[in-house]
Design a protein around this ligand. Structure first.
Ligand code: 21W
Length: 251
């Protein structure tokens, strides 16, 4: 997979793209990154990339020419997904990460606190993505979130012990609690079942605690899921335990 990033601040990416899973994926040839400063594609000798808005008002608007020229320079023959990182875009989630992970070539466009000339949206961009309802100073951090989540889904990007298949947003449940040594820490015990060596009971406990956590924190995830017989049984137990607690154990 190839990922080209169009930004006025390419230096923001060097740490993230060079480190850890992403750096190793690039070393292994699983992904190739291109960092393009679209100021280099400006038509003016001063490197102008924005201008005042037609119709007046404040702020600046990114001009179409530098972005069109930069995308045309990286696009090649096949048509890449050209993604504009912007607050008005489709909300990013694991489903969209999986969709993008299946592409050969992504081009990510990052801007700052300014508008884009509408012709960029209409005639250059194939997708607009937001990573959530909060205001960033620019699209770069959002692009890094997309890149990180897409690259780790590429075959061979994760070590064997980390599997994308068991991620909570892939299984649909939040993770169960984890414990390691010591078995007692400042008087707090590790749950007995985890020390028992009884694997079937341990799996059942883990599934139950995953369900409990999802019910408590993200009930809308459970509502969207198909539940097995075992999950329904465990949820019934959890609900009985909750009723028990809310009556103070008096019945
Ligand atoms: C913040 C850009 C506000 C534009 C005309 C002139 C990319 C982002 C961003 C930013 C505005 C994402 C205006 C979640 C985000 C991003 C910077 C509004 C006002 N109009 N996902 N000026 N949150 N943010 N422009 O902020 O570019 S993906």
């Amino acid at each position: 997979m190839r990922i080209d990033i169009l930004t006025l601040f390419p230096e923001m990416f060097s740490g993230v793209l060079g480190s850890s899973i992403l750096g190793k994926a690039a070393e292994k040839g699983i992904v190739q990154f291109g960092l393009i400063n679209f100021r280099d594609f400006s038509e003016s000798k001063h490197g102008t990339v924005d201008d005042t808005p037609y119709g007046g008002g404040g702020g600046m608007v990114l001009k179409p020419e530098p972005l069109f020229r930069a995308v045309e320079a990286v696009a090649g023959q096949a048509k890449p997904r050209v993604i504009l990182m912007c607050p008005q875009g489709r909300r990013y989630d694991q489903r969209l990460a999986e969709e993008l992970a299946a592409e050969q070539h992504l081009v990510l466009i990052c801007g700052h606190y300014e508008g884009y000339d509408e012709r960029i949206r209409q005639h250059l961009v194939t997708d607009e993505i937001s990573i959530g309802d909060y205001v960033l100073t620019g699209g770069e951090l959002a692009a890094m979130v997309v890149i990180d989540s897409v690259v780790r889904l590429q075959p061979g990007a994760l070590g064997n012990e980390q599997s994308a298949l068991t991620d909570s947003f892939t299984t649909g449940l939040l993770e169960h609690p984890h414990y390691t040594r010591p078995a007692e820490f400042r008087g707090w015990q590790v749950p007995e079942v985890l020390l028992s060596g009884h694997h079937a009971n341990i799996e059942r406990w883990r599934l139950k605690e995953s369900l409990r956590r999802t019910l408590e924190r993200r009930p809308e995830l459970l509502a969207q899921m198909e539940l097995t017989q075992e999950m329904q049984q465990l949820l019934a137990e959890i609900e009985a335990e909750r009723r028990e607690e809310s009556t103070g154990g008096q019945d």
